[in-house]
Design a protein around this ligand. Sequence first.
Ligand code: CTP
Length: 400
Amino acid sequence: MNLQGKRLVLGMSGGIACYKVAELVRSLKKAGASVQVVMTDAAQHFITAVTMQALSGQTVYDSQWDARIANNMAHIDLTRDADAIIIAPASADFLGKLAHGLCDDLLSTLCMARPAHLPLLAAPAMNVEMWQNPALQRNLRLLQADGVLLAGPDAGAQACGEHGMGRMLEPPDLLQEIEALFMPKLLAGKRMLVTAGPTFEAIDPVRGITNLSSGKMGYAIARAARAAGAEVLLVSGPTALSAPYGVQRINVQSAQQMHDVTLSHIAAQDLFVAVAAVADWRVANSSEQKLKKDAAGKTPQLEFVQNPDILATVAALPQAPYCVGFAAESENLLEYGAQKRARKGVPLLVGNLGPQTFGQDHNSLVLFDADGHKAMGPADKKQLAQDLVLEIAQRFKAQA
Ligand code: CTP
């Protein structure tokens, strides 16, 4: 995991979203980070320091005058070894203090006293009217000018019963944004289109042919590419996964739809990564109405027609983006992978042995290029996706 060994100061200001931060701490710890929680007085009206201490496994600090720190300088000591400060939830009041350099409690003082290089990421959480208030918006502009990073907020139903912008990001999305802090921005300013998941070829309105692809690898690549600074468009077949935060997703069903959506957006892309397990054939004689069982036991006769090859089509475009293909093979990976890369006309093809990796969280890959092949992994798909995106970014840069 890429948060392994990272030391985070997690500052909590007052807001009902404090209950979500309990969950976030668990995820951060699971991802390998150590988490030093610092709470304001207001935060402790929503969740206790005992809960946060139990979850983080570290003493929680809440006072500038805490005698447990030997030199009594918690505002200095707590950030000197840190890799990042995360403020979650960041209340309107706390953001105001941060914007204006006020420091009247431990958390605001340690933010003020942080080393200049230390990233500070704030996850705003407040009522929609507070979010829209010009004073808050003005403070956000000041914070951004000072290099403070913002994660969210989201729009939706609020704890107060109102609806709109201001919800704190959900813990998995916030975790993604924290991980992104540590990803080199090799794809800043670049656009990447990723296809992911299976396709579904209709037999009739309720039946179809699909495959075992879960979409996990494609989604992990989309997430990692955004973390590396890219603007990502994910064209996804049917999966149970939610869209990664900050990634635009277009849902499709069939290979033909995936082809059409991809081709209509490809001109704007710098990179194309085809991770989807696209059906090679569709049913030529699919039925408009549900097929009924035949009384005499006659079974339906399906006829197939070949689907367009999205990757090969994109790779053959005169202004083709940098193309990366995937291949899941059940045997002879080294031979088939090399052949497939050449056949598809792409500079890089990523192979893995399937179908045993479909739906799993771990995988190992083989990268094929014009010079041969090399192995990557085994590792969890998230880590592999990050390593792969950095590798793709370097190769893209080298050929540009
Ligand atoms: N692909 C595609 N469009 C298709 C079929 C495949 O874009 N109609 C892409 C996949 O997203 C993947 C790569 O091509 O990046 C290889 O897919 P794969 O199914 O392994 O290859 P096939 O072309 O189907 O070759 P084969 O039938 O020989 O396995």
